[in-house]
Design a protein around this ligand. Structure first.
Ligand SMILES: Cc1cc2nc3c(=O)[nH]c(=O)nc-3n(C[C@H](O)[C@H](O)[C@H](O)COP(=O)(O)O)c2cc1C
Length: 380
């Protein structure tokens, strides 16, 4: 439905990955290599799906990942996604690249809301956002460490994304017919005021950043481990490091004071040819050895994928495209529907496995086709 409603440039921005899209595809394929070992003839009433993440009780073991430019997908954007998450009893992570003010996103949700930080616009802009996020009641800070520069998502230049967002009228001409072929999206986009400013990247002396400036600004604002020191002084709440794939980086995150890590390759949108996250997960779980919580994302399209990740040691997972498709299709109602589909999948899968609760899932419920995951764990 999202593909039908959205212009190609917007849908491909959401759907696509970096370069040859090897990692994008592998993220999904990795789940196919893990098979279940169910327990038969086990009577289970209601399966307990509840999970605790950083002290928050979630209604099922999935939260919504930060997705930049959500307001281009639907005028409801980040506010709609946060509200849907809260209504479903789960959490939402707001990207720095947001079309809505962070205060409005926090106010929309009755569930936990975390803030994902990029250092776009420099330290001054980041300090302003951290101060606002803290006052607005964001309960954790997520620092994404896999975006030293923006990945080369080849579908974007082919679809004229840059020209459409800010080029001259003349430069837009080749791409206009496809936009006009999606009048439902176009009308809602124009009524929403067109390309939104980035309300949470307020550059001192300049005001909110333009969306078109993000690419250049990203490459000038790499987060390093050294930055964690001043960030920790600014931010008194828990810090989560998102975007690592190795035991070594996970141990470093523990040493730097993170309370959780997200095993993530940015949904295959950054460095292509890195390993799928499901395969990296056990190495990270073994490396942190229970000292902090391990979350993961990437390639989750069904509830059974969520169950497999939990069996391999994730505390919970983050949904990216799986809810963003819903947002692009139908705004808040679409996100709610996506969550509902995944949640009922998880419940059915657990019952078919003969497992009474998410907390009881472990390695005994799965096996792996080729043994690669176990080999990775031995590396640590
Ligand atoms: C359209 C889109 C935009 C994204 N924007 C951000 C972002 O601003 N910050 C971030 O940390 N991750 C971002 N991500 C990565 C997601 O948080 C998450 O890691 C990824 O989508 C998980 O993979 P999946 O889409 O296969 O579930 C984005 C992903 C997508 C699809």
């Amino acid at each position: 439905m999202a593909q039908h409603r959205l212009p190609k440039a917007v849908f491909d921005y959401l759907d696509g990955g970096a370069e040859a899209e090897i990692t994008l595809n592998e993220n999904c394929r990795a789940f196919r290599e893990v098979t279940f070992r169910p327990r038969g003839a086990v009577a289970i009433g209601d399966c307990d799906l509840k999970t605790r993440v950083l002290g928050h009780e979630l209604s099922f073991p999935a939260m919504l990942a930060p997705v930049g430019y959500s307001r281009l997908m639907h005028p409801g954007g980040e506010v709609a996604a946060a509200r849907a998450a809260g209504e479903a009893g789960t959490g939402y992570i707001l990207s720095t690249i947001s079309g809505y003010r962070l205060e409005d996103v926090k106010a929309a949700s009755q569930g936990p809301v975390w803030y994902q930080l990029y250092l776009l616009g420099g330290r001054g802009a980041a300090e302003g956002a951290l101060d606002r996020a803290q006052r607005a009641g964001f309960s954790a800070l997520v620092i994404t460490v896999d975006t030293a520069v923006s990945g080369m998502r080849e579908r974007d230049p082919r679809n004229g994304m840059k020209e459409l967002l800010g080029g001259s009228l003349f430069a837009k001409i080749p791409y206009v017919p496809n936009i006009l072929a999606h009048p439902g999206w176009l009308i809602s986009f124009l009524l929403d005021g067109g390309v939104p400013k980035l309300q949470n990247i307020v550059v001192p002396g300049k005001g909110p950043m333009d969306l078109l400036d993000v690419g250049t600004a990203l490459s000038q604002s790499t987060v390093t481990w050294a930055d964690l020191k001043w960030i920790r002084e600014m931010w008194s709440g828990p810090i989560v490091v998102k975007g690592l794939l190795t035991g070594e980086d996970a141990k470093r995150a523990v040493d730097e004071g993170a309370v959780a890590v997200v095993v993530s390759n940015h949904g295959g949108r950054q460095l292509d040819s890195v390993s799928p996250t499901l395969r990296a997960l056990p190495e990270v779980v073994a490396a942190v050895n229970g000292q902090i919580e391990v979350l993961m994302d990437g390639g989750i399209r069904r509830g059974s994928d969520i169950v497999k990740a939990i069996c391999l040691g994730a505390r919970a997972i983050l949904l990216g495209r799986a809810y963003a498709y819903g947002l692009g299709a139908a705004g808040q109602a679409g996100v709610s529907r996506a969550i509902e589909i995944l949640r009922s999948d998880v419940e059915r899968t657990a019952r078919l496995l003969g497992c009474p609760s998410i907390a009881a899932l472990n390695r005994s419920y799965i096996e792996e086709v080729d043994g690669t995951i176990d080999k990775r764990q031995e590396v640590v």
